[in-house]
Write a protein that binds this ligand. Sequence first.
Ligand code: HPA
Length: 272
Amino acid sequence: MKAKVEESISYIRNLIGDFNPEIAIILGSGLGELAEEFKNKTKIKTEKIPNYPQPTVEGHAGNLVFGELNDVRVLGFQGRIHFYESGEIENVIYPVLVANELGVKILIVTNAAGGLNKNFKPGDLMVIADHINFMFLNPLLIFPQNLKRMNHPAYDDRLKKIAIETGIELGISIREGIYCGVRGPNYETPAEVEMLRKIGCDAVGMSTVPEVITANFLGMRVLGISCITNYAAGISKNKLSHEEVTAVASKVKNEFSLLIKEVIKKIKQIGI
Ligand code: HPA
């Protein structure tokens, strides 16, 4: 694995030179456009990077974008890889391994998620307070050590506070809650949704958990933001579709961009 990542890094380094991103952002379904706002961009197609796994889901472009956002050096991943695409956990965490090799210390993970909390509505942005791993997968099994440490909390308290305060300042409908990661690829049944709600989950999605576990293990600070794109199955009568998910995500992309840009600025000012 290490050799594979090193090969990817040497290709990337040839293109970006000694540019060192401070913050990496994994952009979820419909949220990839934020990277278009980066200044002095270098965009690298993932299909050109040796060993880089390819995203196959619509709404996931497949680029690494290096540049500056509010004067902070950032790396944006346009297009994430879900476990259900290949069944290979290595592919899912590959972007985090790349970010780590490039020296990134802060990871912002974003996703589209179904709302379980009945007070949430499509278009809300939810700061992830914590997660529940219902994927029954653990990426740390690929690392050689036997005993694995998890930071507590997995989602950095200071970053959460900044994101919530910023959301309120910007007048965005910002929530905080527990994200439940499931494997997919089908959406949940109403019975599963009811169970997840009862055990205390606020949102459900098919990503994020493996990346966050890995980032923690590698010593990064993590901020997670879910875009609530739909009421989870059974909460509303509407039939769910990937089109609905990307359409809602794309409707809130301006608020989402505003939030991320402001959060990044504050992280830099405070010096986390
Ligand atoms: N369930 C699982 N994943 C999702 C959903 C959902 O309702 N919405 C967006 N991603």
